[in-house]
Design a protein around this ligand. Structure first.
Ligand code: GLY
Length: 337
């Protein structure tokens, strides 16, 4: 975790957190599991996003409103090189953003490869609410956003531009391998999407997913985050799932949909995530050794679970009683995360 993110997570936690036993949220026999509204997010920076969502959830707002607000926090406040306006650009130096939003009734909206527009998650919601479509991409998404009152502004930060210049000076083009040689592609320092899932006091589910995607990707590359069923899936009858990591693997496996369908068959959230990770490994055993894929799931009873390909995946949980960052219950390579 870099210093800024450690600071944000710790500051957020110390502003009211109660320590809770690791893993409680995955235990379906825990009576607190059905205590009501809850929001969960990928990675440690999900603490701040959860708090932004909780402000709304705790006052009776819908899960849909809450996840939009949580994702907006990540897009603007977090200043993370993999989400929103502080994201790293593609190999041509262009910052493109992807986002999706979905509720448990199957309503969904998404934007992909949108440029120069803050808060792609809110554009995604407007796609859902104001158009007959599910996804708008690129220039069309930008035009739609402007027609809805968004202003075009250059988002690329000087830091991201400098990082891109440094990468360009040294890189051969293999973004999945050398986007960051020091860290595994898809891990938290390299395109770690914010995926957020919430259940409101009426038991209704929603999810949001937002990212700048893989640093130094090909111009036009779209990952899993804006693809319903890959980076995000929500169904009030069952639960919700979201993903972080190398999006190509989630798309290949319709992974978030798979996690929800496994829960429909009776799996607990962590078990469903683990089975989906095993599917990723079976499809591409060699590739899976060197890239990260992580799933987070929330079922309709409020139970939470997570699993990753490699150790290190964390997620943030927030409800009326507590907020914390928990480790995924396990990983294929590296065991307990
Ligand atoms: N998971 C985000 C991406 O691959 O773009």
């Amino acid at each position: 975790m870099n210093d800024r993110r450690r600071f944000l997570a710790q500051a957020a936690l110390s502003a009211g957190a109660l320590a809770i036993p690791r893993g409680w949220a995955s235990d379906p026999s825990d009576p607190r599991a059905d205590a009501g509204a809850r929001v969960v997010s990928t990675w440690d920076f999900g603490v701040g996003a959860n708090q932004a969502a909780w402000k709304h959830l705790s006052t009776g707002a819908s899960a849909l409103d809450a996840v939009e607000q949580g994702a907006r926090w990540a897009e603007s406040e977090l200043c993370n090189p993999t989400v929103g306006r502080c994201g790293n650009p593609d190999r041509d130096g262009v910052l493109t953003l992807d986002a999706s939003i979905m509720d448990g009734d199957g309503r969904c909206g998404a934007v992909a490869a949108i440029e120069d527009i803050d808060h792609p998650i809110s554009v995604a919601r407007l796609v859902m609410e104001k158009t007959p479509h599910v996804m708008l991409v690129g220039e069309g998404a930008q035009q739609f956003a402007m027609a809805q009152g968004f202003r075009k502004r250059r988002l690329l930060t000087p830091e991201a531009e400098q990082a891109w210049r440094e990468w360009r000076a040294r890189a051969e083009y293999q973004p999945q391998i050398n986007a960051e040689r020091s860290v595994r592609p898809g891990n938290k320092d390299n395109h770690d999407t914010l995926g957020m899932l919430a259940i409101d006091r009426n038991g209704r589910l929603a999810g949001a997913c937002t990212t700048s995607g893989m640093a130094w990707k090909m111009h036009g590359r779209v990952g899993d985050s804006p693809i319903v069923g890959a980076g995000l899936y929500v169904d009030n009858e069952v639960g919700a799932a979201t993903a972080s990591g190398v999006g190509e693997e989630m798309i290949r496996n319709a992974a978030s949909f798979l996690v929800v369908e496994l829960m429909r068959q009776g799996r607990a959230p962590a078990d469903a995530c683990r089975e989906a990770i095993e599917r990723v490994v079976r499809k591409r055993p060699e590739a899976s050794k060197s890239l990260q894929v992580c799933f987070l799931a929330l079922n309709r009873h409020g139970e939470v679970g997570a699993f990753a390909l490699h150790a290190g995946f964390e997620y943030a949980v927030c409800d009326a009683k507590k907020q914390d960052v928990l480790h995924a219950s396990g990983s294929i390579y590296g065991g307990g995360a």
